[in-house]
Design a binder for this molecule. Structure first.
Ligand SMILES: CC(C)(COP(=O)(O)OP(=O)(O)OC[C@H]1O[C@@H](n2cnc3c(N)ncnc32)[C@H](O)[C@@H]1OP(=O)(O)O)[C@@H](O)C(=O)NCCC(=O)NCCS
Length: 219
Protein backbone atom coordinates (compact mmCIF):
# COMPACT_ATOMS: atom_id res chain seq x y z
CA UNK A 1 0.00 0.00 0.00
CA UNK A 2 1.41 3.42 -0.98
CA UNK A 3 2.28 5.59 2.01
CA UNK A 4 0.66 8.99 2.40
CA UNK A 5 2.51 11.89 3.92
CA UNK A 6 1.18 14.56 6.21
CA UNK A 7 2.37 18.07 5.57
CA UNK A 8 1.52 21.60 6.60
CA UNK A 9 -1.08 23.49 4.56
CA UNK A 10 0.09 25.56 1.58
CA UNK A 11 -1.88 28.32 -0.15
CA UNK A 12 -2.33 26.26 -3.31
CA UNK A 13 -4.30 23.68 -1.23
CA UNK A 14 -7.06 26.23 -0.53
CA UNK A 15 -9.76 25.06 -2.98
CA UNK A 16 -9.05 21.35 -2.40
CA UNK A 17 -9.26 21.69 1.37
CA UNK A 18 -12.62 23.43 1.10
CA UNK A 19 -13.84 20.78 -1.31
CA UNK A 20 -12.73 17.88 0.97
CA UNK A 21 -14.54 19.55 3.88
CA UNK A 22 -17.72 20.22 1.87
CA UNK A 23 -18.00 16.72 0.38
CA UNK A 24 -17.32 15.06 3.75
CA UNK A 25 -20.04 17.18 5.36
CA UNK A 26 -22.52 16.62 2.53
CA UNK A 27 -22.33 12.84 3.00
CA UNK A 28 -24.48 13.09 6.11
CA UNK A 29 -27.52 14.52 4.35
CA UNK A 30 -29.24 11.13 4.20
CA UNK A 31 -28.66 10.46 7.92
CA UNK A 32 -30.09 13.86 8.83
CA UNK A 33 -33.14 13.22 6.68
CA UNK A 34 -33.68 9.91 8.48
CA UNK A 35 -33.49 11.83 11.76
CA UNK A 36 -36.28 14.09 10.43
CA UNK A 37 -38.43 11.07 9.58
CA UNK A 38 -37.91 9.57 13.04
CA UNK A 39 -39.68 12.49 14.72
CA UNK A 40 -43.14 11.66 16.00
CA UNK A 41 -44.51 15.05 14.93
CA UNK A 42 -43.28 14.45 11.37
CA UNK A 43 -44.88 11.02 11.26
CA UNK A 44 -48.17 12.42 12.63
CA UNK A 45 -48.10 15.25 10.09
CA UNK A 46 -47.55 12.81 7.22
CA UNK A 47 -50.35 10.56 8.51
CA UNK A 48 -52.70 13.57 8.81
CA UNK A 49 -51.93 14.67 5.25
CA UNK A 50 -52.57 11.15 4.01
CA UNK A 51 -55.92 10.88 5.87
CA UNK A 52 -57.01 14.37 4.78
CA UNK A 53 -56.23 13.61 1.12
CA UNK A 54 -57.96 10.25 1.30
CA UNK A 55 -61.03 11.72 2.97
CA UNK A 56 -61.31 14.61 0.51
CA UNK A 57 -60.48 12.75 -2.73
CA UNK A 58 -61.36 9.15 -1.95
CA UNK A 59 -58.33 8.18 -4.03
CA UNK A 60 -55.61 6.02 -2.47
CA UNK A 61 -53.26 6.79 -5.37
CA UNK A 62 -53.68 10.54 -4.97
CA UNK A 63 -53.13 10.28 -1.20
CA UNK A 64 -49.90 8.31 -1.67
CA UNK A 65 -48.77 10.75 -4.36
CA UNK A 66 -49.52 13.70 -2.07
CA UNK A 67 -47.49 12.26 0.81
CA UNK A 68 -44.66 11.38 -1.60
CA UNK A 69 -44.57 14.99 -2.83
CA UNK A 70 -44.44 16.25 0.77
CA UNK A 71 -41.56 13.84 1.47
CA UNK A 72 -39.66 15.03 -1.61
CA UNK A 73 -40.26 18.67 -0.71
CA UNK A 74 -39.08 18.14 2.87
CA UNK A 75 -35.96 16.38 1.60
CA UNK A 76 -35.21 19.43 -0.53
CA UNK A 77 -35.74 21.57 2.59
CA UNK A 78 -33.20 19.48 4.49
CA UNK A 79 -30.80 19.71 1.52
CA UNK A 80 -31.16 23.49 1.55
CA UNK A 81 -30.46 23.73 5.30
CA UNK A 82 -27.55 21.36 4.85
CA UNK A 83 -26.10 23.60 2.17
CA UNK A 84 -26.31 26.48 4.61
CA UNK A 85 -24.50 24.41 7.24
CA UNK A 86 -21.68 23.69 4.79
CA UNK A 87 -21.53 27.34 3.83
CA UNK A 88 -21.19 28.29 7.50
CA UNK A 89 -17.88 26.42 7.72
CA UNK A 90 -16.69 27.77 4.37
CA UNK A 91 -17.42 31.31 5.52
CA UNK A 92 -15.87 30.80 8.94
CA UNK A 93 -12.30 29.54 9.47
CA UNK A 94 -12.11 28.07 5.94
CA UNK A 95 -12.79 31.47 4.37
CA UNK A 96 -9.14 32.37 4.87
CA UNK A 97 -7.24 29.28 5.99
CA UNK A 98 -3.90 31.06 6.18
CA UNK A 99 -5.30 33.77 8.43
CA UNK A 100 -7.29 31.35 10.60
CA UNK A 101 -4.62 28.72 11.10
CA UNK A 102 -1.20 29.66 9.77
CA UNK A 103 -0.29 32.82 11.65
CA UNK A 104 1.72 32.47 14.84
CA UNK A 105 2.27 29.27 16.77
CA UNK A 106 -1.20 29.00 18.31
CA UNK A 107 -2.82 27.16 15.42
CA UNK A 108 -1.99 25.04 12.39
CA UNK A 109 -3.57 23.19 9.46
CA UNK A 110 -2.36 19.99 7.78
CA UNK A 111 -3.24 17.91 4.77
CA UNK A 112 -2.54 14.23 4.09
CA UNK A 113 -1.21 13.65 0.61
CA UNK A 114 -0.88 10.47 -1.40
CA UNK A 115 0.94 10.60 -4.75
CA UNK A 116 0.31 14.32 -5.00
CA UNK A 117 -3.42 14.10 -4.20
CA UNK A 118 -4.81 15.61 -1.02
CA UNK A 119 -6.86 12.93 0.72
CA UNK A 120 -7.50 14.40 4.15
CA UNK A 121 -7.41 17.54 6.28
CA UNK A 122 -7.31 18.71 9.89
CA UNK A 123 -6.83 22.00 11.70
CA UNK A 124 -6.32 23.06 15.27
CA UNK A 125 -6.69 26.47 16.90
CA UNK A 126 -7.44 28.13 20.23
CA UNK A 127 -10.99 27.34 21.33
CA UNK A 128 -13.18 30.45 21.12
CA UNK A 129 -15.16 29.84 24.29
CA UNK A 130 -12.59 28.09 26.48
CA UNK A 131 -9.44 30.04 27.32
CA UNK A 132 -6.33 27.85 27.45
CA UNK A 133 -8.04 25.13 25.48
CA UNK A 134 -7.59 24.26 21.79
CA UNK A 135 -10.10 22.95 19.30
CA UNK A 136 -9.60 20.29 16.66
CA UNK A 137 -11.53 21.09 13.48
CA UNK A 138 -12.17 20.14 9.87
CA UNK A 139 -11.15 16.52 10.03
CA UNK A 140 -12.22 14.97 6.78
CA UNK A 141 -10.88 12.21 4.53
CA UNK A 142 -11.95 11.57 0.96
CA UNK A 143 -13.93 8.33 0.58
CA UNK A 144 -11.32 6.65 -1.60
CA UNK A 145 -8.61 7.21 1.05
CA UNK A 146 -10.54 5.90 4.05
CA UNK A 147 -9.70 2.96 6.26
CA UNK A 148 -5.94 3.49 5.98
CA UNK A 149 -5.43 5.32 9.25
CA UNK A 150 -5.24 8.72 7.50
CA UNK A 151 -7.66 10.47 9.85
CA UNK A 152 -5.97 8.96 12.89
CA UNK A 153 -2.55 10.10 11.66
CA UNK A 154 -3.90 13.62 11.01
CA UNK A 155 -5.42 13.79 14.52
CA UNK A 156 -2.19 12.57 16.08
CA UNK A 157 -0.19 15.17 14.15
CA UNK A 158 -2.44 17.93 15.49
CA UNK A 159 -2.33 16.55 19.04
CA UNK A 160 1.50 16.22 18.97
CA UNK A 161 1.65 19.84 17.81
CA UNK A 162 -0.33 21.13 20.79
CA UNK A 163 1.38 18.81 23.26
CA UNK A 164 4.69 20.37 22.20
CA UNK A 165 3.15 23.77 23.02
CA UNK A 166 2.40 22.61 26.57
CA UNK A 167 -1.34 22.59 25.93
CA UNK A 168 -3.33 20.34 28.28
CA UNK A 169 -6.83 20.44 26.94
CA UNK A 170 -8.26 19.92 23.44
CA UNK A 171 -11.95 19.83 22.52
CA UNK A 172 -13.89 19.07 19.38
CA UNK A 173 -17.51 19.11 18.33
CA UNK A 174 -19.20 16.55 16.16
CA UNK A 175 -22.78 15.50 15.58
CA UNK A 176 -24.99 12.49 16.12
CA UNK A 177 -24.87 11.59 12.41
CA UNK A 178 -21.08 11.66 12.02
CA UNK A 179 -20.82 8.17 13.48
CA UNK A 180 -17.64 7.19 11.58
CA UNK A 181 -15.83 9.94 13.41
CA UNK A 182 -16.90 8.84 16.90
CA UNK A 183 -14.71 5.74 16.86
CA UNK A 184 -11.86 7.78 15.41
CA UNK A 185 -12.01 10.25 18.29
CA UNK A 186 -12.17 7.50 20.91
CA UNK A 187 -9.26 5.70 19.28
CA UNK A 188 -6.97 8.74 19.59
CA UNK A 189 -7.90 9.32 23.23
CA UNK A 190 -10.84 11.77 23.18
CA UNK A 191 -13.71 11.19 25.60
CA UNK A 192 -17.27 12.38 25.05
CA UNK A 193 -18.08 14.94 27.75
CA UNK A 194 -21.31 16.62 26.71
CA UNK A 195 -24.26 16.34 24.36
CA UNK A 196 -26.68 19.12 23.53
CA UNK A 197 -29.22 20.05 20.89
CA UNK A 198 -27.74 22.40 18.27
CA UNK A 199 -29.17 25.84 19.10
CA UNK A 200 -31.18 26.56 15.96
CA UNK A 201 -34.89 26.13 15.30
CA UNK A 202 -34.56 23.41 12.61
CA UNK A 203 -32.11 21.49 14.82
CA UNK A 204 -34.47 21.75 17.80
CA UNK A 205 -37.38 20.53 15.70
CA UNK A 206 -35.56 17.33 14.80
CA UNK A 207 -33.72 16.95 18.12
CA UNK A 208 -30.35 17.17 16.36
CA UNK A 209 -27.63 16.46 18.91
CA UNK A 210 -24.10 17.81 18.99
CA UNK A 211 -21.43 15.85 20.85
CA UNK A 212 -18.51 17.51 22.56
CA UNK A 213 -15.32 15.49 23.01
CA UNK A 214 -12.35 16.37 25.19
CA UNK A 215 -8.73 15.23 25.17
CA UNK A 216 -6.71 15.81 28.31
CA UNK A 217 -3.00 15.64 27.62
CA UNK A 218 -2.07 14.81 31.19
CA UNK A 219 -4.92 12.32 31.78
C1 LIG B 1 -14.40 10.09 10.04
C2 LIG B 1 -13.34 10.01 8.96
C3 LIG B 1 -12.48 11.26 9.02
C4 LIG B 1 -12.47 8.74 9.21
O1 LIG B 1 -11.43 8.72 8.25
P1 LIG B 1 -10.48 7.43 8.03
O2 LIG B 1 -9.20 7.91 7.43
O3 LIG B 1 -11.21 6.38 7.30
O4 LIG B 1 -10.23 6.92 9.53
P2 LIG B 1 -9.03 5.99 10.01
O5 LIG B 1 -8.72 4.97 8.96
O6 LIG B 1 -7.90 6.83 10.48
O7 LIG B 1 -9.68 5.24 11.25
C5 LIG B 1 -9.51 5.73 12.58
C6 LIG B 1 -10.40 4.93 13.53
O8 LIG B 1 -11.78 5.16 13.24
C7 LIG B 1 -12.42 3.94 12.93
N1 LIG B 1 -13.36 4.16 11.84
C8 LIG B 1 -13.16 4.84 10.70
N2 LIG B 1 -14.25 4.76 9.92
C9 LIG B 1 -15.15 4.01 10.61
C10 LIG B 1 -16.46 3.54 10.32
N3 LIG B 1 -17.08 3.82 9.17
N4 LIG B 1 -17.07 2.80 11.26
C11 LIG B 1 -16.47 2.48 12.42
N5 LIG B 1 -15.23 2.89 12.75
C12 LIG B 1 -14.57 3.62 11.84
C13 LIG B 1 -11.31 3.00 12.49
O9 LIG B 1 -11.66 1.64 12.70
C14 LIG B 1 -10.19 3.43 13.41
O10 LIG B 1 -10.38 2.89 14.71
P3 LIG B 1 -9.23 2.02 15.42
O11 LIG B 1 -8.02 2.90 15.48
O12 LIG B 1 -9.81 1.72 16.76
O13 LIG B 1 -9.03 0.84 14.54
C15 LIG B 1 -13.99 9.85 7.54
O14 LIG B 1 -14.94 8.81 7.59
C16 LIG B 1 -14.67 11.13 7.04
O15 LIG B 1 -14.01 12.00 6.48
N6 LIG B 1 -15.99 11.26 7.19
C17 LIG B 1 -16.75 12.41 6.66
C18 LIG B 1 -16.38 13.73 7.31
C19 LIG B 1 -16.67 13.71 8.80
O16 LIG B 1 -17.70 13.22 9.24
N7 LIG B 1 -15.75 14.27 9.57
C20 LIG B 1 -15.90 14.38 11.01
C21 LIG B 1 -16.27 15.76 11.34
S1 LIG B 1 -16.67 15.93 13.07
Amino acid sequence: MAQYKIRIYRDEDFETVREVYATGFAEHLHAVYLQVLKQLWVQLTLASIFIALLASSGSLLLSILGVTLVLLASREGVRFLFGQGIQLGLNEDLQDIRKSYMQGDRSCFWVAELQGVIGGTVGILSAKDEPGCWELKRISVRKEFRGQGMAKALCKTALDFVINQGVEDVVLYTSMVQTDAHQLYRSVGFRMVETFVWPSLPAKLINFMVLKYRYRVLA
